[in-house]
Design a protein around this ligand. Structure first.
Ligand SMILES: [Zn+2]
Length: 131
């Protein structure tokens, strides 16, 4: 894992963890039912994205952690800034928020899985195009 800002911006842009050029996802985020579909190979450098069978199942752990973080942060914000409303108000805010964020979370957790928990070669500038 490389911790430079180039990696971070590439991850947030949904780019290949190896070449930082090719797109990871087939569709954009607003294509709700297909937004988390990943290309088999990087369209630019050709690396295989799903490194082993079930590789992206690991993304569920990231997704779970992200959803818990959103719920906790939202809950604390409501408690401290909106005077601890009734329980149903928490639910009316947090549940739709989680649902609305689902396409983003699915993509982001897959990208986290690829950038943080995988064995792609460390980014090497000058990897040849379409090997
Ligand atoms: Zn690539």
């Amino acid at each position: 894992m490389s911790s430079n800002t180039g990696s971070l911006s590439s991850m947030l842009a949904g780019k290949c963890p190896q070449c930082h050029k090719g797109k990871v996802f087939k569709h954009n985020m607003w294509n709700l039912f297909k937004s988390s579909e990943v290309h088999v190979n990087c369209p630019y450098c050709g690396v295989k994205f799903e490194q082993e069978l079930g590789f992206f199942w690991g993304a569920m752990y990231f997704s779970y952690a992200l959803n818990v973080a959103v719920s906790v942060i939202t809950g604390f914000s409501m408690f401290f800034f909106f005077g601890d409303p009734d329980l149903y108000v928490y639910l009316l805010v947090i549940v739709p928020l989680i649902i609305i964020l689902t396409p983003f979370m699915l993509r982001f957790s897959r990208l986290l899985m690829m950038y943080v928990a995988s064995s792609y070669r460390k980014y090497q500038p000058g990897i040849p195009k379409h090997p």
